[in-house]
Design a protein around this ligand. Sequence first.
Ligand code: MN
Ligand code: MN
Length: 461
Amino acid sequence: MDEKEWRVKLLSGKRNGYDVLPAGERAPMHDYCEAYKAFMNKAKTERECAREGVRLAEERGFKPYVPGMALSPGDRVYHSNRGKMLLLAVIGQKSLAEGLQMVAAHIDSPRLDLKPSPLYEDGELAYLKTHYYGGIRKYQWVTIPLELHGVVVMKDGAVIPVVIGEGDEPKLYISDLLPHLAQEQNKKSLADGIAGEQLNLLFASEPLEGEGQERVKLAAMKLLYEKYGFTEDDFISAELEAVPAFRATDIGFDRSMIGAYAQDDRACAYAALKALLDLEGVPSKTAVCVLADKEEIGSTGVTGMMTKDFDKFLEDLCETEGVSLRSCLEKSFCLSADVSMAFDPNFPDVYDRRNSAYLNYGVGLAKYTGSRGKGGASDASAETVAYVRRIFDENGVLWQMCELGKVDAGGGGTVACYMADRNIDTLDAGVPLLSMHAPFEVSAKLDCYMTYKAMRAVYQN
Ligand code: MN
Ligand code: MN
């Protein structure tokens, strides 16, 4: 190894992607990012992501999976778990006894869910009470336009889809104090400045004609009934989510970045989905894309990554081939595709610059996540990291190593530990973001595109 080679080896994996991006990649990167933004504008909740995922998959020849159905190499199937979690597979040439090549991302994102009894009137204004979902910084969710997406399910099982605020439709809003009267509030910490019970959505202000109490609330309920056909009681069996009313858009004068709500984790979920849909020919091993719900609240619940529905789907596939699930899993690999945080020069104190992800340096690989000494992390083996380095290098994927901030600055988790629990070698990888979990997050186009290429490499190996 001569001096020059030694230096190049040392720096590999930490280079600004634009310095090494082949000219021919510019156009595919642009097209990919335009399609990603369009997806983000269509899919603002986990249900909408799953539905859009099914639509795109069916366009590309995927069929609903029925347990026991005969499958041959190249077949494309999907399974929707209750419309909130999506599993897709392209059957490979090799037996399932050789394992699966998997990418698992999540499609739920931080938001404000309506409470079961949300509607009330105060000061002759109608409001909807919320209970936030996932880790949010509450002060970021006031004084921005919000939309309401979700479903109301009637006692007879009829599902009423609700979307308020799309396009030119009216938006909802949460107020904050004016600076003139914020003297006391300003003394509070950022965490306490806005309390959870203050996250009340301004819903209506025009009273119902005539006399009586709570005429604004009644007028709002009447409007809801006329438009959707449900009454106040039916809020009890509803899932209505307030999400930011921002469209995905280019950021930066050079258009090199993307701003959007819920890039955690749809930047990775879209990449995982698109890479599978774009697979050409028959992969060597069966390729599986998992788009899970409930990651932001701990991967719990029937649609979260701990669900037995995932194991059932794989077990059903294995049974068809007469292979045991446990021997399939022990030979499988999973890329736990979740966003990481990009180095933010505005807040340098929370990062270790030498082990941080940077915008435009490609998909970020994290050997471990966790907090307080890697607590809760799956901490991938050196062998697993070596395997991923190799396949990314062989497939022209720009990547960088990173960890979630400085030691003891905080931390976080992903679905990686739940995949590793199943005896699947798993590594975290994803798009580095600025302002993760904010109502509007920023990614770099190059990193989004490289994450897509990274997932394609996983499926094809
Ligand atoms: Mn995430
Ligand atoms: Mn998150």
